[in-house]
Design a protein around this ligand. Structure first.
Ligand SMILES: [Zn+2]
Length: 400
């Protein structure tokens, strides 16, 4: 048994109270991978970690990343600095499709090596569970390869990876004049094969002009549902495509981005209890000004999660603490809501809230012991994340 004592501030969602809770001078007892007790003046144990009156929070849960790619797209970054837009670069052959050829050619073991390094960095930034999408293969063989790579790294890494199939990330070049042909391939071949492979839990679609329209999105997500893949959605990112409405109709677990969501879309999310996953890092990294309408979503009673959207094109940020800073500054979230969105609600968007996302009895001991005394310092320090110790499943996986 392990005890964390001398905790200064413990900040976590509390399911009993149904809200965020800030407690002082409490202790946590861990047995194997679970928190078995949390409270004051607990029994003594053989192993003790002295938290030195510092802050303790749950490990971060990042519910939206695209980490299986071969290389950076730094050239596109330079083009954007010269004034070209992401949409424009994608139309002239860059964007998602420029990552596809490399991934198709890549050796599985090289991809595993690269993904493992990216997971090391996520973990060292305090992320203990991360959703990982495929979506740079865009044919059956390479999508299955990407999911296999996720599964392989997950089996050898301390971080927990939650696999999502995203064959509907873009239309591959060979189908550029036959979009419906690619949708048929997704529905008739890729989704059944992905289900048979048995790795992916979710099925995600980029519903946006130039990618997949409403009808195609519906078809792909319904086909996934038939095979047990739960729908998530990239919705209303660059334009209002009414995709939040579709997310509601199809009872997707989450609709992500939502920079351009309409009032009608917000209503559909609220009525169907779809989580809104907001990705302020993408707006920031693309140098745009339109952040998602957090206040309207919150006022409508929609649950809000935060994620990095880590990918080589539109957001290279891996740090959830930095995303929290952006959420406070640009979405105008209050700090406790931003922590809740990065831990409890994000675990809910992965359907894992019974096991992770808060520090409570019976939950996994995924815990960050910070080298700061107050939760307000997480966003305040912006690009400096002083973490003393990270526990994953009750085991120390990072110390500084
Ligand atoms: Zn994305």
């Amino acid at each position: 048994m392990l005890k964390l004592n001398n905790i200064g501030q413990c900040v976590t969602y509390n399911s009993y109270l149904g809200k965020m809770d800030v407690q002082k001078d409490i202790e946590i007892i861990i047995e194997n991978d679970l928190i078995i007790e949390i409270g004051k003046d607990l029994k003594s144990t053989d192993n003790i970690i002295d938290c030195n009156q510092m802050l303790v929070t749950p490990g971060f849960v990042d519910p939206h990343t695209h980490p299986v790619f071969w290389d950076t797209r730094v050239k596109e970054f330079e083009l954007r600095l010269q004034g070209r837009s992401y949409e424009d670069i994608a139309l002239s052959g860059g964007g998602i499709n420029s990552s596809v050829a490399d991934l198709r050619n890549a050796d599985e073991s090289d991809l595993i090596f690269r993904l493992k390094n990216r997971m090391d960095r996520f973990l060292h930034l305090g992320t203990t569970t991360v959703e990982c999408k495929s979506g740079y293969g865009l044919n059956t063989e390479s999508e299955l390869k990407s999911l296999k790579v996720i599964n392989k790294v997950n089996s050898m890494h301390s971080i927990d990876m939650v696999p999502t199939f995203m064959g509907a990330h873009a239309i591959p070049i060979e189908y550029k004049n036959n979009h419906n042909g690619y949708v048929d391939l997704l529905v008739n071949e890729m989704i059944p094969k992905v289900a048979e492979q048995g790795i992916a839990i979710f099925n995600d679609v980029f519903c946006e002009k130039g990618y997949f329209d409403l009808k195609q999105t519906q078809k792909i997500l319904l086909a996934g549902k038939k095979y047990g893949l739960i729908p998530r959605l990239h919705a209303d990112e660059f334009q209002n495509s009414n995709s939040a409405k579709i997310a509601g109709e199809l009872k997707a677990i989450t609709a992500d981005h939502l920079m351009m969501v309409s009032n009608e879309g917000i209503k559909a999310l609220s009525e169907n209890r779809v989580i809104a996953t907001l990705l302020p890092g993408t707006t920031f990294f693309l140098g745009k000004k339109d952040y998602a309408p957090y206040r309207e979503l919150k006022d409508a009673g929609v649950d809000i999660a935060l994620a990095t959207d880590f990918n080589p094109g539109s957001c290279t940020i891996q740090s959830m603490p930095f995303i929290i800073s952006l959420a406070c500054l640009y979405l105008k979230m209050n700090i406790l809501d931003a922590i809740k969105a990065s831990t409890y609600i994000s675990s809910k968007s992965l359907m894992l809230e019974e096991r992770i996302g808060s520090l409570e009895q019976g939950k996994k001991a995924d815990i960050i012991i910070w080298d700061i005394d107050k939760v307000e310092k997480i966003p305040y320090l912006i690009n400096y994340h002083p973490i003393k110790n990270i526990l994953k499943n009750g085991v120390s996986v990072f110390t500084s």
